[in-house]
Every structure is written in structure tokens, then in C-alpha cells.
Design a protein around this ligand. Structure first.
Ligand SMILES: [Mn+2]
Length: 430
């Protein structure tokens, strides 16, 4: 129906007005997590961790980009702060920036699990925007969908905040269910909400976007695992990848990824803007720039200048001068302003020969550093100076039997058996 109306309308327009319209410019980012303070230094003038500054600087980058490129709509897909009780200074700094953006561009602030208190009656960390009714700011605290008017035309936008079981299911629905049954029930509840939104979206002849803060079953996890609170329900990509949508903007998983690459619509985790730990060392951080159009949305990933993390591994066990070996390894590396960890593998008798002061002098240019000594244990030295990591499982089995003084012919029989078992183990399964 609405499709026919749309056609009739456009048929009445003069030829010069076609193609209908420019794409709507959407900026999608997520998982800001202001308040993460690990690997930071305390700034004595402000009393704030240098890492809080980092996270706010990334938000500034996002806002600059949105303003400069004239975004029509911004979706923040959840987790503004480290936890549910952000410090007032962090709240103020976040609010200032959101206000600056919202003065010219409408923004959805979706509530993530880190923003949400356990009790329904308690406020989430974004509720203040709702209480003050800040123009241009929509707080996505419950599942909802509506048409948003933007400079380049309307968008149907629906959102699903972090699915909390006690908010979405009644006490009766909980009762007598095992944890697994509850998970399945919650997944079904969320899937039904999402499918109903798709049905509703289908009634609007305009670009349609779904924003969500939850796990998707097929996604690859990142550092959020180390900060996730409690169990987590995961929605199937197939539920989201409905062609009635034009873009699915996700938050919650910190690793940027696109989940419906061969199909339509794009189902995308923008990922976080700053690294939380070394698990994210090689991940590029950024946000998504989306050109929204009904059935032909295009998007791209825009990297930000997140602080680099660098692991330096040095094995000095076979060297005369461990300090010199570490310094040589550090030479020419991009240490300046990075978060650096140096892992030194050494023998127990070399401990005194590693002069950390000299290493620290070089690392001083880093934003944060740590020197980790991995002292070779006796068990390891039985491997004849070889690191177990460099040996195959079969070689390790062989060393083990050798250490137990197993006779030569029995050893070869055992190894043949072990080889068979290992092949089974590493065969068809992952
Ligand atoms: Mn989250």
C-alpha cells in the first residue's frame, strides 16, 4: 500500500527532482566506556586518569567527523560508561559533548548493559537526558520504534536496548525454568520484538534502521568478555538480517565486524573506540559512516586515533647480556605514547643481570609500560632450552616420554598411537 502511495507521489514530481533524494547520512558508534582507567596515569592537575581523557578524545573525534561531514542522524549503540555509577566529572564531560552534537544532529543514546542498573526502578546512567528532555536526544531505554525527521528526509528507527530478563519477562514466565530454558525464552522474546519491528518498518517508504545492544550468536567476541556482567543472551543473525531493514547498528561486542556480508541489510558492530586490554592490540578501532537509502544502503568503517597497545617479547635465555638484548629489541619500535608491555623470557640465574632501570629509561616515552619477567622453570628447562610453544603437540609428547626414560621401541609404539589420537582430535572439529 504505502509503496503505491510513494510511487504516485514521485510520479507527480517534475523530472528534475529524480532520483528521489540524496542518501541520509548516518554515523554509528558504540561502546564508549568512559571511565576505564587501566593503563592510565593520574593527571595531578585534573585528578583524572589519562585514559579517561583518551576515551573522551575519541568521542570528540566522532563528533567532529559527524559535524564536518554533515551527518543527519547519529546512533550511539550503547555502553556510555564503564559502569552504572559514572563519576560526576565523567558524566559532565560526556553530556557536554552529546549536547554539542545534539544541537545540530539528532542522536539516539541506546542503553547498554553497563548503563543499566539491575533494578527496574533505578535510573540508568543516560536517564538524565530523558529527565531534562534534551532536544535532539532520544534515550533508548526500552524497545521502541518511530519516524525520525532529518535534514535529508525521514528515517524509521527502531531500537532494542540491552535485553534484561527482569524487564522483558514477567515473574510467571521465569518460574520453574532452568537457566538454559530462561535463556531460550529470553532469546525468543527479543526475536519476537525484533520481528515485530521489521513488520512495522515495512509500512514506511523510507530508510529503516534497527539499533541494538546485545550479542549476536555468530559474532566473534572481543575484550567485552573481560568486562561483561553476568550471562548474556545471543540473537541469531538470521533474525536481524531481514531485507525489510536497511541497516542494523549494533553495540556490545567491542570487535568491529560485519555479519551479513553476502546479504542485505548490513548487520554491523561498529566496535569500541579505544582499546581496553592487550587482547585488542591488533584490532582497528573506529566507527561506521552509513549512506542510508531504501534497499541500497552503503557503509564504511572510519578508523580513529585510538591509543596503540604494543607487546614486545624478548627471549634472552641464550644471550650473555639480557639488558642489552632487551634494549636492542626495543630500538626503533613505536613506543612513544603507546601502552607497552615487555615480556622477557629468562633463566633464573639471569635475573640479576636484567637491569630494569635501563629498560625503563627507554620506555619512559610510552604512555604506560610494564616489564614482565618470565623466569624459566625447571620443568621447562627439561625441554632442552626449547620453548614449549615452539614444539608441536607430538613433539611435546615425545619429550614427555623421554623425560620418563621410556625405552626406544616402546617410545615409537606410543608415539604412533599418540599421533593417531592427535589426528582424531584435530580432525573435523575446530
Ligand atoms: Mn555492552
Amino acid at each position: 500500500m504505502s509503496c503505491l502511495i510513494g510511487l504516485r507521489k514521485s510520479a507527480g514530481l517534475p523530472k528534475s527532482r529524480e532520483p528521489m533524494s540524496e542518501p541520509i547520512r548516518l554515523l554509528h558508534f558504540a561502546d564508549l566506556h568512559v571511565g576505564m582507567e587501566n593503563y592510565g596515569r593520574l593527571d595531578p592537575t585534573t585528578g583524572t586518569s589519562s585514559r579517561v581523557r583518551d576515551f573522551l578524545d575519541r568521542l570528540d573525534e566522532v563528533i567532529e567527523y559527524a559535524l564536518e561531514h554533515e551527518a543527519d542522524l547519529v546512533i550511539f549503540a550503547g555502553d556510555a560508561f564503564k559502569n552504572r555509577d559514572p563519576k560526576p566529572t565523567q558524566q559532565r564531560e560526556f553530556a557536554r559533548r552529546i549536547k554539542r552534537l545534539a544541537d545540530s544532529i539528532p542522536i539516539l543514546l541506546l542503553v547498554g548493559n553497563h548503563d543499566m542498573p539491575g533494578m527496574v526502578a533505578k535510573a540508568n546512567s543516560l536517564d538524565i537526558f530523558r529527565a531534562l528532555d534534551v532536544p535532539g536526544v532520544i534515550v533508548g531505554y526500552k524497545p521502541e520504534g518511530r519516524v525520525i525527521e532529518t535534514r535529508r528526509g525521514p528515517v524509521f528507527l527502531a531500537w532494542m536496548p540491552y535485553p534484561m530478563r527482569n524487564r522483558l519477562m514477567s515473574r510467571e514466565e521465569h518460574q520453574g525454568k532452568s537457566i538454559e530454558e530462561l535463556e531460550i525464552a529470553l532469546r525468543e522474546t527479543v526475536s519476537v520484538i525484533v520481528r515485530n519491528f521489521a513488520k512495522e518498518a515495512d509500512g514506511y517508504e523510507m530508510p529503516r534502521v534497527l539499533a541494538g545492544h546485545f550479542s549476536v550468536a555468530e559474532a566473534e567476541f572481543g575484550s567485552e568478555r573481560s568486562v561483561m556482567l553476568g550471562r548474556d543472551v545471543a540473537i541469531f543473525t538470521s533474525v536481524l538480517a531481514d531485507p525489510r531493514w536497511d541497516y542494523i547498528a549494533l553495540g556490545h561486542i567491542h570487535k568491529h565486524q560485519s555479519l551479513n556480508q553476502d546479504g542485505y541489510p548490513p548487520v554491523v558492530y561498529s566496535g569500541s573506540l579505544e582499546r581496553i586490554d592487550f587482547g585488542e592490540e591488533v584490532e582497528e578501532k573506529g566507527f561506521c559512516w552509513v549512506e542510508l537509502a531504501r534497499t541500497e544502503t552503503r557503509w564504511s568503517f572510519v578508523p580513529v586515533a585510538s591509543r596503540s597497545f604494543l607487546t614486545v617479547r624478548v627471549d634472552v635465555r641464550e644471550t650473555q647480556d639480557p639488558t642489552a638484548a632487551v634494549l636492542a629489541k626495543l630500538e626503533g619500535l613505536p613506543l612513544a605514547d603507546a601502552v607497552v608491555r615487555v615480556q622477557v623470557k629468562l633463566r633464573a640465574e639471569q635475573e640479576a643481570a636484567l637491569r630494569e632501570r635501563e629498560v625503563e629509561a627507554v620506555l619512559d616515552q610510552a604512555a604506560h609500560f610494564s616489564i614482565i619477567r618470565e623466569v624459566e622453570s625447571e620443568a621447562r628447562s627439561r625441554l632442552g632450552g626449547l620453548a614449549p610453544e615452539t614444539l608441536s603437540p607430538l613433539e611435546l609428547v615425545e619429550r614427555y616420554f623421554q623425560s620418563r626414560d621410556v625405552e626406544e621401541d616402546r617410545l615409537s609404539a606410543l608415539l604412533t598411537k599418540a599421533e593417531g589420537l592427535l589426528r582424531e582430535e584435530t580432525g573435523p572439529s575446530r
